[in-house]
Design a protein around this ligand. Structure first.
Ligand code: TMP
Length: 206
């Protein structure tokens, strides 16, 4: 059977990275070959672009530059990793994909959805995840977790709470617009409760 494409999304500190390994193990135990990857990043070149995007720097970056770098990283990632894996029949588990661009560069930075859509049409050429898990929790709780987890913060994590509130709102709007693909996971619950939700949400795909 053909592979499936699953993306994980959410504001900072939503715990997606922890759950990637849980989902990976679930799928592996069912005999699936799974490629775990992330955005921005996922290839040697895309990881270099990731560094440019995430490294705190005294040099300001224009919003459009940020947007285009996200898509440059994505174009490389799609052609080198995602498409080849799906063509082989593997499953792809991607920590963030294009919904993050609508949420962060659209909701957060204020770039019009329509402008993002134009570049997305051009770059994705119809590639859309089969399932997107949106790890949702109050922004303040997520940011608290980030600070507790690590001493340093990246270029995005240095933004103000309001920026992340806009991102969360934008993610929730996307979920409302595409309820069949984007499923909300209550990320404020315990790890066991979250994993119960994930097991239920993965069932229809398997
Ligand atoms: P993460 O690996 O910790 O999720 O960090 C990636 C950061 O990049 C996170 O702050 C979200 C941001 N990002 C965007 O702003 N737009 C995008 O399209 C993607 C994929 C990530």
């Amino acid at each position: 059977m053909a592979g499936k494409f699953i993306s994980l999304e959410g504001v900072e500190g939503a715990g997606k990275s922890t759950q990637v390994s849980f989902i990976h193990d679930c799928l592996k135990s069912l005999g699936k070959t799974v490629v775990v990857t992330r955005e921005p990043g996922g290839t040697e070149l895309s990881e270099k672009i990731r560094n440019l995007l995430l490294e705190p720097s005294p040099i300001a970056m224009a919003n459009d530059t940020e947007l285009l770098l996200m898509f440059a990283s994505r174009a490389e990632h799609i052609s080198q990793v995602i498409n080849p894996a799906l063509h082989r029949g593997d499953w792809v588990l991607c920590d963030r994909f294009h919904d993050a661009t609508y949420a962060y560069q659209g909701g957060g930075r204020g770039i019009q959805r329509q402008r993002i859509q134009q570049i997305a049409d051009w770059t994705l050429r119809g590639l859309i995840p089969d399932l997107t898990l949106l790890f949702d929790l109050p922004v303040e709780l997520g940011l608290k977790r980030v600070i507790e987890r690590q001493g340093t913060t990246d270029r995005f994590e240095r933004e103000k709470v309001d920026f992340f509130k806009k991102i969360r709102k934008s993610y929730l709007q996307s979920a409302k617009a595409e309820p069949n693909r984007i499923k909300i996971v209550d990320a404020s619950l315990s790890i066991t409760e979250i994993q119960k939700q994930l097991t239920q949400l993965l069932k229809p795909l398997i």
